[in-house]
Ligand binder design. Structure first.
Ligand code: G4P
Length: 528
């Protein structure tokens, strides 16, 4: 069994594609699935974006939830590897879902729009990747558009994302004059054709000095490519895989996802260099994937679509050993044993019951309320996986019960929804009042809608003036208690009873930091 675990682990690649909305994440996902043979036609992967106009369209939210369950994990085989793509929500209001999904992957592909460069959400996503040094491959997309100069883009990536980059392919012109990409590794030229439906590229092995290059792309573009490559070789070090695996260096590929272009090189590059499942930290020790005993953690919980059944789907990332259907596992937070009669795995657009899963795999577990985000299952060992942080919300609203007869339902509903990670629940130090914090307005609508539909409870929201919630600690517990006492109305507790400081502005936060050097303020809950 042990060698089987090792062999199966070595062939798993579990990653997420991330981007600022509209850069081309959905399109790239679909093209990768086409190459992997997991889907046969373009258009099979629905965009899981909620368009801005649909903010109040609850049917749209419901549809979105349906789509995103089906595409939460997309698995395909390529080159004898089992590739698991974990989907992340496109809408920025669901960014925290994305951050959590990033805790369950071993690497990411970051998509950049060559016209827009690094955008706001790109920076935030990269910050999360940097927290655990996740290896990143960058795909610069939409080369069929008149984009920015590729060298400027690379400079911007290094500067704004605080990571070294190394081009692996290089574009020959762009926009209407886009000729293709030159693979700096393979020394091959891939010719671009608009709207290709087939998945093979026209490719020519060609040395840069060869005059054939001039014939194929024209004298001007050939000269420019030679000049660019000379500059690249002079400026950038040769690709260092270890630096990539350590999260210090991002290899960069260029292409046009919608035209199926550059995607195969990206996929093959990914298969060559991306990490297999890695060791994961717990509160006790590091867990290695090849260990005999199974362990895993829940990184996402999804409510079922049918409001009459409140069962949910918990997504479990397997970290070590073999997960087997019907076997009892230890739920370490609840200290009880649980088993799953029909765990399922995901294919591109369907799910099916699985008998076993290996490190790197994600299994879906039907859950009737036993799981919270971050829960750990083991074969008996008492440990808890770490690294599933909460992030400071940005919008805060107090929950007001509109139907006193239903306060029990409201309490249960809000507890369960916050267990799912839809939003964070806090209780104010003064008056024991409950309020909710999110990163986007949309979650408040989702919560209100779901409380009513699934729990029969009605609520309304009263906006609060805060813009940040920082977890606070101090080396000296007396200082912390003193601070909490002094700041009474700005102190609340999260669901695990950790104290947080509520700031009305960044300025207010900075003032408090300056004036209270004994107190540490943390923007994520992961600070131990
Ligand atoms: P997202 O998931 O990152 O939000 O982006 P998505 O793939 O939905 O792509 C956003 C838009 O960019 C889509 O157009 C898509 O067709 C387009 N796109 C993706 N790759 C390329 C590319 O290589 N070149 C060009 N020119 N466009 C690209 P849309 O108009 O929003 O949607 P659709 O009607 O085309 O589906």
């Amino acid at each position: 069994m042990q060698t089987n675990i090792q062999a199966e682990t070595a062939r798993r690649r579990t990653f997420a594609i991330i981007s600022h909305p509209d850069a081309g994440k959905t399109t790239l996902t679909e093209k990768l699935l086409l190459f992997g043979g997991a889907i046969q036609t373009a258009g099979a992967v629905k965009s899981n974006k909620i368009k801005k106009s649909a903010t109040s369209d609850f049917m749209e939210i419901e549809k979105q939830r349906g789509i995103s369950v089906a595409t939460s994990v997309m698995t395909f085989e390529y080159d004898n590897l089992k590739i698991n793509i974990l989907d992340t929500p496109g809408h920025k209001d669901f960014a925290e879902d994305t951050y959590r999904t990033l805790t369950a992957v071993d690497s990411v592909i970051l998509v950049i729009d060559c016209v827009k460069g690094v955008e706001e959400q790109t920076e935030r996503l990269m910050e999360v990747c940097r927290m655990r040094d996740t290896p990143v491959i960058i795909f610069i997309n939409k080369l069929d558009r008149e984009g920015r100069n590729p060298f400027d883009l690379l400079d911007e990536l290094e500067e704004k994302l605080n990571i070294r980059v190394r081009p692996m392919t290089w574009p020959v012109n762009m926009g209407s004059e886009f000729k293709g990409v030159y693979s700096l590794i393979e020394k091959k030229l891939y010719f671009f054709k608009v709207n290709k439906t087939k998945v093979e590229d026209d490719v020519l092995p060609i040395e840069l000095e060869d005059s054939l290059l001039d014939q194929k792309v024209g004298d001007r573009d050939a000269a420019q490519l030679r000049e660019d490559v000379e500059l690249i070789e002079g400026v950038y070090d040769t690709f260092d895989r270890q630096a990539y695996l350590d999260g210090k260096l991002a290899p960069v590929f260029f292409g046009s996802a919608v035209n199926n272009f550059g995607v195969k090189e990206l996929l093959e590059g990914f298969c060559d260099i991306s990490p297999e499942p890695i060791a994961r930290p717990t509160d006790k020790r590091e867990v290695l994937p090849e260990e005999k005993n199974f362990s895993g953690f829940v990184f996402k919980i999804h409510a079922n679509l049918d409001p009459r059944h409140r069962d949910r789907i918990a997504f479990l990332r397997i970290c070590s050993g073999v997960f087997e259907r019907g076997k009892f596992y230890h739920h370490t937070r609840l200290d009880k044993n649980v088993r799953f009669a029909s765990p399922f795995s995901f294919m591109a657009d369907s799910k099916s019951v699985v008998e076993e899963g290996f490190p790197g795999d994600v299994v879906g577990l039907y859950d009737t309320g036993t799981f919270k985000i971050g829960d750990t299952l083991t074969e008996g060992e008492e440990l808890q996986f770490q690294g599933i942080p909460s992030f400071s919300p940005e919008i805060f609203k107090e929950l007001v019960n509109l139907d006193p007869m239903k306060s029990k339902q409201l309490d249960k509903g809000i507890q369960q929804l916050t267990d799912e990670g839809v939003a964070q629940l806090f209780t104010l130090e003064l008056g024991n009042r409950k309020f909710v914090g999110t990163v986007g307005e949309l979650q408040f609508e989702v919560i209100q809608y779901r409380l009513e539909n699934e729990y029969g409870a009605k609520c309304r929201w009263v906006p609060l003036n805060y813009t940040k919630a920082c977890w606070i600690t101090a080396e000296n517990p007396v200082k912390l208690a003193e601070f909490i006492r002094l700041k009474g109305n700005q102190i609340a507790y999260d669901k695990d009873q950790n104290p947080v400081f509520l700031a009305e502005s960044d300025w207010m936060l900075r003032m408090n930091q300056q004036n209270n050097p004994d107190i540490q303020f943390h923007l994520t809950s992961e600070f131990k």
